[in-house]
Design a protein around this ligand. Structure first.
Ligand SMILES: NC(=O)c1ccc[n+]([C@@H]2O[C@H](COP(=O)([O-])OP(=O)(O)OC[C@H]3O[C@@H](n4cnc5c(N)ncnc54)[C@H](OP(=O)(O)O)[C@@H]3O)[C@@H](O)[C@H]2O)c1
Length: 328
């Protein structure tokens, strides 16, 4: 006599039923995760950033990701406070933004984030006094000119990387956060790095990666601290973007231009505490995490060692030319 499906299931031993239920839950979980992925990357609408306030402050707006993000924020009808170290570059960027988005008000503040931070923060404080700064983007960042072993990083470089990537985020956030807390609204975006979340290590760029680990940890904790006061703190995680820092000139699917990256980035502001805004980076992150981590360590070490060796040769040739040992 043939049994119907329900009876067939009942006839199985208990452990087979448990395995079936677990398998079903796993498939359901993966299906829901995939649906959520499609939704957040392609369907979910961006937040109305003006609800946080009418001004945005951006550090590092004179190049790369920060510059493109400044354009995107102006495109969302936000006025801008641009914090950079070079007045000429700041003027060029603000003129270009005003030419594209006529009504945008812009205040330029010259601060060398690797220099005297107390003076710089005072200037930022004066510039934002009385302004409804609703969005803060901590984007300025530095790395080494090329990869190198930890003991090869000189004191000056070490200081600059730590001051710009860590200390400046603390101080700029401190200057802006009290106003947000008073108004009970705001969004803070700190630009982290895939060197912390996508790969198990970042050898030969270790101090940079360590500063970015600080950015991730700070953001995660501020997210919890500030949430109840209506402030959304987020760490955005780019992988390679074609900028001066990455020294990649040509964009591709997995290495977006800063403009492509920023278009993705702006859609995530105010959502998850940690996010990988550009969808091909999200796929790369998943693949990198799925690989044997020792293998990724080994590959990255070889990859950065090649960059370090090439950089040393270039430095040697430049020094020899400067000293007149070689011509050309
Ligand atoms: N590009 C990537 O592949 C990548 C990947 C992961 C994370 N990130 C992160 O993304 C952020 C932006 O990087 P990016 O690739 O756009 O770099 P970028 O093109 O080199 O731009 C860096 C920005 O920071 C500014 N800056 C550097 N040192 C400064 C200082 N001492 N004082 C004030 N401003 C200073 C630069 O000003 P100047 O114009 O005056 O130089 C520039 O505006 C960084 O935090 C970086 O760590 C980048």
């Amino acid at each position: 006599m043939e049994l119907c499906i329900g009876e067939q299931i009942k006839a199985q031993p208990f452990w087979v039923l448990v395995a079936l239920i677990l398998g079903f839950l796993l498939v359901l979980n993966s299906a829901l995760a995939s649906l959520r992925w499609v939704y957040v990357y392609f369907v979910r609408p961006a937040k109305d950033l003006k609800k946080y306030g009418s001004w945005a402050l951006v550090t590092g707006p004179t190049d790369g990701i920060g510059k493109s993000l400044a354009f995107e924020l102006a495109g969302k009808y936000l006025n801008l406070v641009l914090v950079g170290r070079n007045l000429e570059k700041l003027n060029d960027v603000s003129d270009a933004i005003k030419a594209r988005y006529g009504g945008t008000q812009i205040r330029n503040v010259v601060v060398d984030l690797a220099g005297d931070l107390s003076e710089g923060i005072e200037r930022i404080g004066e510039a934002i006094e009385g302004l409804d700064v609703g969005v803060l983007v901590n984007c300025a960042g530095v790395s080494y000119p090329y990869a190198r072993f930890f003991h090869e990083v000189d004191e000056e470089m070490l200081k600059d990387v730590i001051q710009v990537n860590v200390e400046a985020i603390n101080r700029v956030t401190n200057a802006v956060l009290p106003g947000m807390l008073g108004r009970k609204r705001g969004a803070i975006v700190n630009i982290g790095s895939g060197s912390v979340t996508a790969t198990p290590s970042f050898p030969l760029v270790s101090v940079y990666a360590a500063t970015k680990a600080y950015v991730h940890e700070l953001s995660r904790n501020l997210h919890v601290e500030c949430k109840l006061n209506g402030i959304d703190v987020q760490c955005q995680v780019p992988l390679h973007v074609a900028t001066k820092m990455s020294r990649i000139e040509k964009s591709s699917l997995f290495t977006p231009s800063p403009e492509e990256y920023s278009k993705a980035s702006i859609r995530w502001i105010g959502y998850d505490h940690t996010c990988v805004p550009y969808w091909p980076h999200s796929i790369q992150t998943t693949l990198l995490r799925a690989l044997p981590q020792d293998l990724v360590d080994w590959f990255l070490f070889r990859y950065f060692l090649d960059i370090r060796n090439e950089g040393q040769i270039q430095d040697f040739l430049k020094n020899s030319k400067n000293k007149g040992y070689i011509r050309g």
